[in-house]
Design a protein around this ligand. Structure first.
Ligand code: KG4
Ligand code: ZN
Length: 335
């Protein structure tokens, strides 16, 4: 047929997800089974638990995605699956499900990099315009990725320690907020004022790398010092100050890269893209820059899902970059 129909599968962390996408752009179904409720009481994702949940959910989620899209395996041109990076036991469930289906139904398989998926979530809402820059901010990643064309990814900067989302989650834990902490800090930040002086890690001149562990430690120290002096610090102000520091660095480095690389489009990607402070700051910064389009996906496409994997997989399929039946989960996969 003329249309390319891809079944996407994503199990790299704590969402079991399957989706059917048409021509890399149109979502026919997007099913996500979240495990957050199970991991919450442990304050973070427990890898063993994640794998077991994926095993329980994967078949149900895939069947649901096909049913919702009103397609059968005969309509599927390829199965795109997250190959890495992520938790190895979690990734293995998706990779093995994809391989089993590919073998049984004689459908090609395509291995997708999780971050390429996050970036391609944007193609589900708009046409990509190259060259472009993507700011990928999630629980596991903080990267500035330059793309001169489809399927080409150049990481121009990345975190040297904690990912942005990880810093949010750790600060939230210090403030005794539930996991995942990002949305809670975001909410508190909007009720507070950024009056507490916290560091901003610019790193060496011209660097597009990030570092958030110093900021995280500064937040923890500020709390402990206040406690020792018997003072009470406003969690709202602390959250607002932390968020201001993260957002300042992310926005400033993105703007600088946009100018140096002369890109046409900036794509926000990953779970932290849900952050209201970041969205507002980027929108206001880009309203000052002519001829650069800022794209911010809706929240359900920012967090982990399989539609983004199908979208990225469509390009690989079109480029003939098919996977083999010896594909393995690769927790440290390079983009
Ligand atoms: O992309 P994602 O769903 O999973 C990974 O691939 O990591 O990102 C999850 C991360 C978590 O660290 C979560 O706290 C963070 O995204 N997050 C937020 C917000 N919503 C989710 N961080 C800041 N503000 C938010 N509103
Ligand atoms: Zn992710």
């Amino acid at each position: 047929s003329e249309n390319i129909i891809i079944l996407g599968i994503e199990t790299s962390c704590d969402e079991t997800a399957a989706s059917v996408v048409k021509n890399g752009k149109e979502i026919l179904s997007n099913v996500v089974a979240s495990q957050i409720e199970s991991h919450k009481r442990f304050g973070g994702v427990v890898p063993e638990l994640a794998s077991r949940h994926h095993v329980e959910q994967i078949t149900i989620v895939i069947e649901e995605a096909l049913k919702e899209a009103d397609v059968t395996y005969e309509d599927i041109d390829a199965i795109a699956v997250t190959e890495g990076p992520g938790l190895v036991g979690a990734l293995l469930v998706g990779v093995n499900a994809a391989k089993a289906l590919a073998f049984a139904k004689q459908i090609p398989i395509v291995g997708v990099h999780h971050i390429a998926g996050h970036i391609y979530a944007n193609r589900l809402i708009t046409e990509l315009k190259f060259p472009l820059l993507s700011l990928v901010v999630s629980g596991g990643h903080t990267e500035l990725v330059y793309m001169k064309e489809h399927g080409s990814f150049e990481v121009i900067g990345e975190t040297l320690d904690d990912a942005a989302g990880e810093a949010y989650d750790k600060v939230a834990r210090t403030l005794q907020l539930p996991y995942p902490g990002g949305p809670h800090i975001d909410r508190l930040a909007h009720e507070g004022t950024a009056v507490i002086d916290l560091p901003r890690a610019w790193l060496e001149e011209g660097s597009y790398d990030f570092s958030f562990s110093g900021l995280k430690s500064a937040v923890i120290n500020t709390l402990h010092n206040a406690e020792q002096r018997g003072e009470k610090i406003s969690p709202e102000d602390l959250a607002a100050s932390f968020q201001a520091s993260v957002v300042d660095v992310l926005v400033e480095k993105t703007i600088r890269a946009v100018k140096e690389y002369k890109v046409k489009q900036v794509l926000l990607a990953g779970g932290v893209a849900a952050n209201r402070g970041l969205r507002t700051a980027l929108e206001s910064a880009f309203s000052q820059i002519a001829d650069v389009e800022l794209v911010i996906p809706p929240l359900h496409l920012c967090t982990d899902n399989a539609a983004m994997i199908a979208a990225a997989g469509t390009i690989l399929y079109q480029q003939g970059k098919l996977g083999a039946m010896d594909m393995n989960a690769n927790p440290g996969l390079d983009i």
